[in-house]
Design a protein around this ligand. Structure first.
Ligand code: SF4
Ligand code: SF4
Length: 68
């Protein structure tokens, strides 16, 4: 599951733009992740310039059938 270190986030929005699944929401003062939509692709974590996001490796749903 993707975790957010809110102390480090400057709300730049880069991660929101890169999420293919509309799983991120940015309000005026808070970033949040809609975990029911997130597929844990990690694109957001890779693009964040401040290393705010990381995947703790805990899946929120079982792997899809056929997934490696
Ligand atoms: S891990 Fe992927 S699906 Fe989940 S919030 Fe980040 S970019 Fe979106
Ligand atoms: S890219 Fe990083 S700093 Fe920018 S809004 Fe997302 S988590 Fe925050």
């Amino acid at each position: 599951m993707i975790q957010i270190n809110h102390d480090k986030c400057d709300l730049c929005g880069a991660c929101v733009g890169v999420c293919p699944f509309d799983a991120m929401e940015l309000t005026e003062n808070r970033l949040s992740i809609l975990h029911e939509r997130c597929t844990e692709c990690n694109f957001c974590a890779e693009i964040c310039p401040f290393e705010v996001l990381h995947n703790d490796g805990v899946a929120i749903r079982p792997p899809r059938k056929g997934a490696a």
